[in-house]
Design a protein around this ligand. Structure first.
Ligand code: ADP
Ligand code: MG
Length: 623
């Protein structure tokens, strides 16, 4: 019989107390916080009524400024004002170099692989910068809601890898937040539109922000979301729209390329204002202040603007096509297209995307806020405010995960685009007699060779009982949790020896790299296959050579006469020679030839070992 539950003295036993929870869209350009209040999810404003917080943090000698005030000084104090920290989250020093020289910061590197940005307020990491943004959003939410948050859901791009997700969680921890879950941005947008309670179907989420473009294809299957594929361009967004408008103004106003910094700053500001005005009106008036204090007056029509930005919009359709292909779908199979990100306010974007997918895009929820709104709905459920509304959201891992096997080959354990959470196991065995330890090298990527994939972590399984090569059964289990974080465990089954690690790589991948790795895996598929075959034969040759050498050492003198030994050793030397070359067919042939030459020797060894095993025993024992 179940016991009745009693609460502690002085504590409320109210069963329906609403827990304060929030959804946070930690964006590259802007961040937002939202919460469910009286059954409505809405973004929460700051004291001045502004909902969007610029993701900008400025470090002073004696303090930190976050948001609008920091953004205002981004141009005058670029070294101490950190913008787009999200691009650096979970990345190593090497990754950041590949992000280009556009970053104005002074990077420092200590003993860890985490880059630090030097500011007048001290050296800071991207995790710390993100934590400042999260702290500000939390204060904003707690002031509006009038209480402490019990938990938050933070959104991340669907393609974020392990390191980037872990870094986001670390930032939340640093900000003192309880993370209920990391949620993929496109999934959050779909939840905001209530697509999860609709009928099963496939949806595209088109997210064009300030500096990034992401496309995700989701499938709703009995109330469960799966991310079928993702794609995008990490260097394409509203900033590029500003750029083409600015170039147009320069041309019209006869401004030279070598105009000063202040001039260019005014130009970009006016270009952005004109762009945003054109979503409401047919023409935008521009009044640009020139260096001599006079003004250039002009007007930009929506038609001209459309012509200027069309090539940029078209550039987003390539990744859309690829994402469809990855998901194995045609554009006509997409039911809804959800528009996310400030740049999808541009009418021409909506038109071209609608044409591409052959569906009217969903735009009724503010594209700036839709991700935060969806995260808030999910946070409300996870905080336990809807006891019967448990929602399971599935995502995919963006790149295959595997381990290194003999010969520098990668054995994939969880292929890319597998829905998560997921756990997969595979059995491996030892390579040498008496091997008592096993090195597990965890890799991410699509290629066949270790050197072409990304190393995530290494660990060792020790204490394997000594056995002959191939006798041990080592089960390696990969599990990826709902936040997309990887845990690897290895266990030797006969002894139960076990070891595992939480994979926390010190660096991550850029999404360009992810794209590049995917492209390479297609381009190199044939070459990789050849390389794989070669390595496999080389490993086999090594095994044969080693076994034969150790046999010759132990009983070669006893079982072979000089001539026979000469014959075996000649063939052995041939194999050693051939195994170094790069013809796998030839190696296979030499292995077979060696096995043939050794047949009589193997037979003698077997007889000898039987004789040896029987000596000292009576014959009856073996019957
Ligand atoms: P992110 O996800 O990168 O943080 P946002 O979704 O906040 O970015 O989008 C910011 C971009 O949206 C900026 O380039 C901004 O100029 C653009 N934007 C905002 N409002 C409009 C508008 N009315 N028309 C066109 N672009 C807009
Ligand atoms: Mg965004």
């Amino acid at each position: 019989m179940a016991l009745l539950q009693l609460s502690e003295p002085g504590q409320s036993a109210a069963p329906h107390q609403h827990k304060l929870a929030a959804g946070i869209d930690l964006g590259t350009t802007n961040s937002l916080v939202a919460s469910v209040r009286s059954a409505e999810a809405e973004t929460l404003p700051d004291a001045e009524g502004r909902h969007r917080l610029p993701s900008v943090v400025r470090y002073l000698e004696d303090g930190v400024v976050v948001g609008h005030a920091a953004k205002a000084e981004a141009v005058s104090d670029p070294l101490n004002t950190i913008v787009s920290a999200k691009r650096l989250l979970g990345r190593g020093v090497e990754d950041i170099k590949s992000l280009g020289e556009r970053l104005p910061y002074e990077f420092r590197q200590d003993h860890t692989a985490v880059p630090r940005i030097h500011t007048v307020g001290g050296d800071v990491t991207p995790v710390e910068v993100s934590a400042e943004i999260l702290k500000t959003l939390t204060q904003q939410a707690e002031q509006t809601l009038g209480g402490e948050l019990t938990g938050v859901v933070i959104t991340v791009p669907a393609y974020f890898d392990d390191a980037q997700r872990q870094a986001t969680k670390d930032a939340a921890k640093l900000a003192g937040l309880n993370v209920l879950r990391l949620l993929n941005e496109p999934t959050a947008a779909a939840v905001a539109y209530g697509l999860d309670s609709g009928s099963d179907g496939i949806h595209a989420i088109y997210d064009l922000g300030g500096g990034t473009f992401d496309i995700s294809i989701l499938r709703l299957n009995r109330g469960v979301f799966e991310v079928l594929s993702t794609g995008g361009d990490s260097a394409l967004g509203g900033d590029d729209f500003d750029q083409v408008v600015a170039e147009w103004i320069m041309q019209q106003a006869g401004i030279q390329d070598d105009a000063g910094h202040a001039m260019l700053r005014r130009l970009m500001r006016d270009a952005c204002a004109a762009k945003e005005a054109l979503t409401e009106s047919e023409t935008a008036e521009i009044k640009l202040e020139l260096d001599d204090g006079s003004h250039w007056d002009g007007s930009l029509s929506r038609e001209t603007f459309n012509q200027l930005v069309e090539p940029l919009i078209r550039k987003t359709l390539g990744p859309c096509r690829r994402a469809l292909r990855d998901a194995g779908l045609g554009a006509d199979e997409i039911e809804d297209v959800v528009m996310v990100g400030g740049s999808t306010r541009v009418l021409r974007v909506r038109e071209m995307v609608g044409e591409f997918f052959g569906a009217e895009p969903l735009t009724s929820i503010d594209p700036d806020r839709v991700v935060a709104v969806g995260a808030a709905i999910q946070a409300d459920v996870l905080a336990g405010n809807k006891p019967d509304g448990e929602m399971l959201l599935l995502d995919v891992n963006p790149l295959s995960l595997g381990i290194e096997t003999m010969g520098g080959l990668v054995e994939k354990i969880i292929p890319r685009n597998t829905t998560i959470p997921v756990a997969r196991a595979q059995e491996f065995t030892t390579f040498k007699d008496g091997q008592t330890a096993l090195a597990v090298h965890v890799l991410q990527g699509e290629r066949e060779m270790v050197s072409d994939c990304r190393s995530l972590a290494r660990f060792e399984l020790r204490g394997i009982p000594p056995m002959v090569a191939g006798a041990a059964h080592i089960r390696v289990t990969f599990s990826v949790d709902a936040d997309g974080l990887l845990h690897v465990e290895a266990e030797e089954k006969s002894s139960g020896v076990k070891t595992g690690i939480e994979v926390k790589p010190s660096y991550g991948l850029t999404d360009n790299e992810i794209e590049g790795m995917l492209r390479d895996s297609i381009d190199y598929a044939q070459k990789d296959l050849e390389a794989r075959r070669l390595r496999e034969e080389q490993v086999e040759a090594e095994r044969v050579i080693e076994a034969l050498q150790s046999a010759l050492n132990s009983d070669g003198d006893r079982l072979l006469n000089a001539e026979e030994r000469q014959q075996v050793e000649t063939q052995l030397a041939r194999l050693v020679e051939i195994a170094r070359a790069d013809d796998h067919i030839q190696i296979k042939r030499e292995i077979e030839a060696l096995e043939k030459v050794c047949e009589f020797y193997v037979e003698r060894r077997m007889n000898a070992s039987v004789t040896q095993a029987m000596s000292g025993h009576s014959v009856e024992e073996f019957e």
